[in-house]
Design a protein around this ligand. Structure first.
Ligand SMILES: [Zn+2]
Length: 359
């Protein structure tokens, strides 16, 4: 593996400078002898982060290593070099041995209620088992645990919370004792209110946020990963459930219709928003650029905030720094300034992962 030299505009600072990468793949600020120049005059962005995807599943459940590898490569080639996996039923730790594949921060397996989640995805349990299951998944994950916060309740014919508030609070407290953070899938209003009050660290989707809950998230520092591209599938879910569950269908359509106003209110209140594609299952991998564009175009984040939500800010949040001396050289290079036009995210000029040009 050879040393690299890059000269370009380094984001988010926006200053043109030299970045050197030693033969071990680490960033150096002093020149490295014999380095290959792989960027001269473009833009250098800290490697993108997909803060909500699933590596190792398709719409039927867990998949084996070949499709898992293809998913990881699709994310990588789109510039997503750090993936926060929001729950899979398979063990993907073998990916950690592959320097050419993105880093994965796992949340173990989804914790769901029986028959109230996508079949073959979750660990399906009753509320009295939640604390013990959180303990198990905290061990399987890399510092995160994922709850399914709400889902259709076929008896009620609508979305309802999966966990009594006091049980969720005990489980979150236990995860924190074990050093793990907790996040939850929440579409509706009640689950997100309960879980934010219970001290959860992050909310996925968040279409049911009310102004009071948004204020509480901003006050507590609870993060939000809206998966904005995925929210556009809500009308399809409503259509599929329509005849049998009309209340649920109407609820999903209403959540979709208000989603941009809801998410914009969270942004304006100062809630920390991160970009996640929810790839795996319904959506393919490699859509991080589309999610960033959606956060700007439809939710109203500035280009700087939308890009930060998928790069330097998400890296800070997850503990993976940008191009500072001693950090792993994980960058995406562009021929044009992403802040001047987010569409360029769809076509990186080069992708550098652990100091190797991988795409
Ligand atoms: Zn998901």
């Amino acid at each position: 593996m050879s040393a690299l030299h890059l000269r370009g505009v380094v984001l988010p600072e926006g200053e043109e400078r030299d970045v050197w990468v030693d033969a071990e793949g680490y960033v150096r600020t002093d020149p490295v002898q014999g380095a290959d120049t792989v960027l001269d005059g473009g833009w250098l962005l800290p490697g993108l982060v997909d803060a909500h995807c699933h590596v190792g599943v398709d719409e039927h459940g867990g998949v084996d290593e070949t499709p898992t590898e293809s998913q990881a490569v699709a994310s990588r080639d789109a510039g997503a070099l750090l993936l926060r996996d929001a729950g899979v039923p398979v063990d993907t730790h073998w990916v950690d041995e592959r320097p050419d594949l993105p880093r994965i921060i796992r949340a173990g397996r989804h914790i769901a209620r029986p028959k109230r989640y996508i079949r073959n995805y979750g660990e399906e349990i009753e509320p009295e088992q939640l604390v013990a299951e959180v303990e198990r998944q905290a061990v399987r994950g890399d510092g995160w645990v994922k709850l399914v916060g709400d889902w259709i309740d076929r008896d009620a014919g609508d979305l309802t919370p999966c966990w009594p508030a006091e049980v969720a609070a005990a489980a979150i407290a236990r995860a924190h004792e074990l050093g793990a953070r907790v996040t939850a899938h929440c579409f509706g209003e009640q689950s997100v209110a309960d879980l934010v009050a219970a001290g959860i660290d992050c909310i996925e989707h968040g279409t049911g946020l009310t102004h009071d809950v948004i204020d509480e998230m901003a006050r507590r520092g609870t993060a939000l990963v809206p998966t904005r591209v995925q929210i556009d599938n809500f009308p399809t879910y409503a259509e599929q459930a329509g005849a049998k569950f009309p209340t649920y269908a109407a609820h999903m359509r209403a959540l979709h219709a208000s989603s941009d106003a809801t998410l914009r209110a969270a942004y304006e209140a100062g809630v920390a928003i991160f970009a996640g594609t929810d790839a795996g299952g319904v959506l393919p991998h490699g859509l991080i650029g589309r999610e960033v564009a959606a956060l700007h175009d439809t939710v109203g984040l500035t280009p700087y905030d939308a890009l930060g939500a998928a790069s330097w800010r998400a890296r800070d949040w997850l503990g993976f720094p940008g191009p500072v001396a001693g950090a792993s050289a994980d960058f995406v290079l562009y021929d044009e300034d992403p802040l001047a036009g987010l569409r360029v995210l769809a076509s990186p000029a080069r992708v550098v992962l652990r100091g190797r040009v991988v795409a």
